[in-house]
Structure formats: structure tokens, C-alpha cells
Design a protein around this ligand. Structure first.
Ligand SMILES: [Zn+2]
Length: 327
């Protein structure tokens, strides 16, 4: 979502409320919330709070949230994944630097965590086969929420050493070469049933990661693989849930991402088709019990909040980004 939205839609009242929600979440009276990250959501709350306060022009609150963010200690034992792990923390650092300025969070700080992730991945990886591999709660996931694709996605935003860059590329190629014949991607290294077409597990999340890989490595094979993943999303991705994590709204972002990198308007039409399906039939199908309104009904990731976010993004599709994943 672009700055334009803040200018056009966010009144001072809304920004003030949003700042209060973040402040309450931090002090514990408003419960937990936030984009992914370690420390039970504090990472996300501090990052969002700082950016909202910045849009409000409230320098004191920007300093407050940034100070709280910098106090968070990411211990070496924290997992590497995006949800609740070091990659999620690094994404929050990227989000702050994009919105508040380069080096708001220093590259010296982030590169130390990048190195820890690479070092951790090499312990479970196999140099010639798949150089980087990670475990989360005993499972070697491939998807973006807890596994390889998400960690690779975040790493590609940083300046990597040549050997690190080579390992990231080879790990992505390993996933492409070992995808299902259908074009979809396994949930994890050991489970080979081809069924999930979600952002969190399967082709949609991989497609977004492959678009980033195509930009970073300027590799046509990566674009081709991203388009292949989008084909899976088109044929199997009209899900029964509405959110962005494992619902239709999230899958629509795949087409917007492919449209951005290829410029082919057919992909924009695919995104519109998914969005129009939700707009025309979502409410009715949910009320009839044929679709699920979301495990957490108003949530951005699992509820109608994600659908609303998609509708807003469809007004400016070139600048649309999957929230809390694409920058
Ligand atoms: Zn999910």
C-alpha cells in the first residue's frame, strides 16, 4: 500500500487512533497485534507504530516506538522463519528503513542477523544439493510463512556476500527443480502430498518469492517458474476462505506481482477476476456457509481485513504489494 493511501484515506483521527492502538498493544492493555516477527508481536507493533506516527507527524511517538523496537533482543536461539523468527524481524527492519529512511536500522545490525540465518541454514543444508535448510518446530518447511521460500525472500533484500548469494540462488533452484509435476510446491521437505495452494504453503507464496528472485538474479528461468506457479494459482487458487494467508485475497496478489514484472495485462485481468469474485459473491457465500469468513473474522491475514486491503490495492494495481511480505 502506497503513501498515496495515507494522504487520501487516512484522516488525522484515524492516524491518531492507529497510534493509540499500537501504544496500547505495547503496554499490554490492548492485547497483541502486529505484522510477523519475533518477541510475540512486539516487533510488528513497534514497526507499524513508528510508521503510523511518522505519517501523523508525531516525532515524539516515532522516537518512542523506534526506541522500543531497538530494545528488542533477538537472541541467537530464535528460529529463522518469517512468522515469529529472525526473517520476520529483518522484514520489519526493511519496512522501517523504507518508510523512515535508509539506515534507520543500521546495516551493521541487520547484516549480523543475515549472517546468523545463513550460518544456521548451512548446518542443515547440503552444499551441492540444497545449500540452505531450516527447521521450525521439527519440520523443514518450504512455504513462505515458516520455511525456505520466506527466508530466501527476505535474504534477497540484503547485500549478500558472493558465497551467500550463490547459496540463496541454488536453494531457490532446488525448490524449482523439486516441485510437483503439477507446478505446485510441497509443504515441507518430507511431505509430498500436492494439495495446498496458499500464500503460507504452496505455489502462491513461491510465486511472490520467485518474482523477487527474478529481479535480484535477472534470471529468465526464475520468471518462467513464477509464471508456472501463477498458473497453479489460477487453476486451483479460488479457495473457500477470503483472507490473504490462505484465502482468495492473498492469491490475487500473485497475479498482481506477475503483472508488475511481465507487464502482461492478462495477469491484471486474472487479479481482477479473483477480486470481482469476492466482491460479487463473497458476502453471500459466507452468509450461506459455502465460504469461510476467516478463522479470525476481521483479521488482515485470516479474515475480511485482507479482502478490504485487496480491494483498496486494486484501485492502484501497479503499486499493490502483498502486505507484510512484498516491499
Ligand atoms: Zn495460512
Amino acid at each position: 500500500m502506497t503513501d498515496r493511501y495515507f494522504e487520501n484515506f487516512m484522516s488525522d483521527f484515524v492516524l491518531e487512533k492507529a497510534t493509540c492502538v499500537c501504544e496500547n498493544a505495547l503496554t499490554g492493555s490492548g492485547g497483541d497485534m502486529g505484522i510477523h516477527g519475533a518477541e510475540g508481536g512486539r516487533v510488528g507493533v513497534c514497526a507499524v507504530g513508528a510508521v503510523v506516527a511518522n505519517h501523523q507527524g508525531n516525532e515524539q511517538m516515532v522516537d518512542y516506538f523506534l526506541t522500543k523496537f531497538k530494545e528488542i533482543n533477538i537472541s541467537k536461539d530464535v528460529q529463522s522463519e518469517i512468522i515469529g523468527g529472525k526473517a520476520g524481524y529483518l522484514w520489519a527492519c526493511l519496512f522501517l528503513n523504507k518508510n523512515l529512511g535508509h539506515e534507520t536500522i543500521s546495516s551493521a545490525h541487520t547484516s549480523a542477523i543475515v549472517d546468523e540465518i545463513i550460518e544456521n541454514g548451512r548446518k542443515l543444508g547440503e552444499k551441492e544439493r540444497c545449500p540452505l535448510m531450516f527447521e521450525s518446530n521439527g519440520e523443514r518447511y518450504w512455504g513462505v510463512a515458516r520455511g525456505l521460500a520466506g527466508i530466501m525472500h527476505v535474504l534477497m533484500h540484503f547485500e549478500l556476500k558472493p558465497d551467500e548469494r550463490a547459496d540463496v540462488k541454488k536453494t531457490i533452484e532446488y525448490m524449482i527443480n523439486n516441485r510437483f509435476p503439477s507446478g505446485n510446491y510441497p509443504r515441507n521437505e518430507d511431505m509430498k502430498s500436492d494439495e495446498l495452494v496458499y500464500w503460507c504453503h504452496g505455489a502462491p507464496g513461491l510465486a511472490l518469492t520467485l518474482v523477487k528472485a527474478a529481479e535480484v538474479f535477472e534470471d529468465k528461468e526464475m520468471i518462467k517458474a513464477a509464471i508456472d506457479a501463477a498458473k497453479v494459482v489460477w487453476t486451483h487458487g479460488l479457495l473457500k476462505k477470503v483472507g490473504i494467508c490462505h484465502g482468495i485475497s492473498g492469491n490475487a496478489y500473485v497475479f498482481l506481482s506477475i503483472y508488475r514484472i511481465t507487464g502482461h495485462v492478462a495477469h491484471l485481468h486474472q487479479a481482477k477476476a479473483f477480486a470481482c469474485f469476492l466482491l460479487d459473491r463473497g458476502h453471500k457465500l459466507i452468509s450461506e456457509g459455502q465460504m469461510h469468513g476467516g478463522d479470525i473474522p476481521y483479521s488482515l491475514f485470516e479474515g475480511v481485513g485482507g479482502m478490504a486491503y485487496l480491494f483498496l490495492d486494486m484501485t492502484d494495481p501497479v503499486n499493490a504489494r502483498f502486505p507484510a511480505y512484498e516491499l
